[in-house]
Design a protein around this ligand. Structure first.
Ligand code: NAD
Length: 482
């Protein structure tokens, strides 16, 4: 295991490891090799209470008084420490999530940038001056808006980006002067404790960030309903997102949920370029990406040409151990996830679909699968597959493909490949998604633009500056000049 040490860890509250003493111990195993990579002691209800109380106290005593330049410096130092520790973070997240090592290194690279964006944004939190004399009777009055942190942010995160998506919550929360209680995904808890330790090394006060281990029902739900927490920021499935919204009561929530992203290729696009990027977008991390390419709509005139280019590229993907440098596709997070995905493929085939390649199942690995002859009602089309499965669907007209692409419960990001500028803007305007890329796959994301879905894909935006806005309260202050 090249120097990798298997450790027992637990929650970290007020800077202290909370382990042992009869707490339930859960193994964390590499999803591809089943090797043990760590054990986690789950928090008790009392531990969670202590974590929230600590975050609440540290907010009032320290964080809300900390000047912006200090918060910014802490974030910048954390980014430097993450850069220093890139390889150990990448190795850990490959082991716990089964993410191919090159993708893990890319995730660390993005996470470093997220911290730097937050360090910059921390110094730009300002207010607004209201033109009071715009209202009749407002003469001789001045008004302005003051922004202030909201207190304790509760962050609940998924398994698929255990570092970068966690930082999309922690770094804006800290930039804004809040404290945090983080509940990471049960499958990928190790990275979050390493992250907490570098935040502390960078000077974040103990207890400003607390990590609490456990399941969604035992730790997640009590966090959502706790009145000391001012906001829940959640990334995960639509089913859990809906449950959180239902029980959150008056609490603010941001929900970053799933999708079945459409990508549309017109016959005036460069088909080779589109095919190459779509392979990446459909099969990166075995399709376990919220904006993974799931539905490819291709103009009928170039349908066969596209398939002739696309399918051999898919067949060339190297399936293997995620720790191998040349692996493109590893396994899914669990064998059950792979079995579920394979059943969806078999069901589609029994309903008339054809697998042009892939479809074979071996433990947690489902071969990259390309389906044709699918219909809109099949699960592989209308639900989120979250697996290495893509459907290729021919179309004839703009109106037809727009209706097909928008016929979804989800709306996160879409990709459109065309060289016609009028068509590009028409689709940018008409597609029912939170983001649209022209001549780029739906899977592309940068961490500084507003990112978030509509419909069942969620509520609110991330992208550091936009997440900060939702982690602040604003107060109107008016003065009557006497
Ligand atoms: P999940 O919804 O199963 O779990 C996410 C987190 O929620 C975990 O920490 C889990 O323990 C917790 N949780 C579960 N039940 C809960 C409850 N009742 N109350 C509170 N917390 C609870 O998701 P997952 O399988 O870890 O991740 C995959 C999903 O995440 C996919 O649907 C994917 O599209 C989505 N996702 C969305 C984005 C985005 O930015 N929109 C990014 C990544 C992943």
């Amino acid at each position: 295991m090249s120097g990798f040490i298997v450790k027992n860890i637990g929650s970290v509250i007020n800077g202290k490891d909370v382990i042992g003493a009869g707490r339930y111990r859960q193994e964390v195993r590499n999803p591809f090799t089943s090797e043990l990579v760590g054990t986690i002691d789950y928090a008790t209800a009392e531990d969670l209470d202590y974590a929230i109380e600590t975050a609440h106290n540290v907010f009032h005593k320290t964080m809300k008084k900390m000047p912006a330049h200090e918060r910014s410096d802490i974030l910048r130092r954390t980014s430097d420490l993450l850069e220093r520790d890139t390889e150990v973070f990448a190795q850990t997240l490959t082991r716990e999530a089964g993410k191919p090592i090159r993708d893990s290194r890319a995730e660390v690279g993005r996470a470093i940038q997220v911290l730097r964006f937050a360090a910059d944004e921390a110094k730009k939190i300002g207010g607004e001056v209201i033109p009071m004399d715009a209202a009749i009777g407002g003469e001789n009055r001045m008004g302005f808006i003051h922004k202030y942190p909201l207190g304790v942010v509760g962050a609940i995160t998924p398994f698929n980006f255990p570092l970068n998506l966690v930082l999309h919550k922690l770094s804006p929360a800290i930039a804004a002067g809040n404290t945090v209680v983080l509940k990471p995904a049960e499958k990928t808890p190790l990275t979050s404790v390493m992250l907490l330790r570098i935040f502390e090394e960078a000077g974040l006060p103990k207890g400003a960030l607390n990590v609490v281990m456990g399941t969604g029902s035992e730790i997640g739900e009590p966090m959502v309903i706790d009145e000391r927490i001012g906001k829940i920021t959640f990334t995960g499935s639509a089913k859990v997102g809906l449950r959180i919204k239902q029980i959150a009561d008056f609490k603010k929530v941001t929900l970053e949920l799933g999708s079945n992203s459409p990508n549309i290729i017109f016959d005036d696009a460069d088909i080779s370029v589109a095919a190459t990027s779509l392979v990446k977008g459909a099969f990166a991390f075995a399709g376990q990406v919220c904006i993974s390419v799931q539905r490819i709509y291709i103009q009928r005139t170039v349908y066969q040409e596209f398939l002739d280019k696309f399918v051999p590229l898919v067949q060339r993907l190297k399936i293997g151990n995620p720790l191998d440098e040349d692996t493109d596709v590893g396994g899914l997070i669990t064998e059950e996830s792979a079995v579920r995905a394979s059943e969806w493929v078999q069901e589609a085939i029994s309903q008339g679909a054809t697998a042009l390649t892939g479809g074979k199942l071996n433990k947690s690995v489902l071969e990259p699968t390309v389906l044709v002859n699918v219909t809109p009602e099949m699960k592989v089309v209308c639900q989120e597959v979250f697996a290495p499965i893509v459907s290729v669907i021919p179309f004839d007209t703009e109106d037809e493909v727009l209706a097909l692409a928008n016929d979804s419960d989800y709306g996160l990001q879409a990709g459109v490949f065309t060289n016609d500028i009028n068509r590009a803007f028409r689709f940018a305007k008409e597609l029912e998604t939170g983001g649209v890329w022209i001549n780029e796959i739906s899977t592309y994301r940068q961490d500084n633009y507003p990112y978030g879905g509509i419909k069942m894909s969620g509520i609110g935006k991330e992208g550091v500056k936009y997440a900060i806005e939702d982690m602040l309260e604003s107060k109107f202050i008016g003065i009557k000049l006497l």
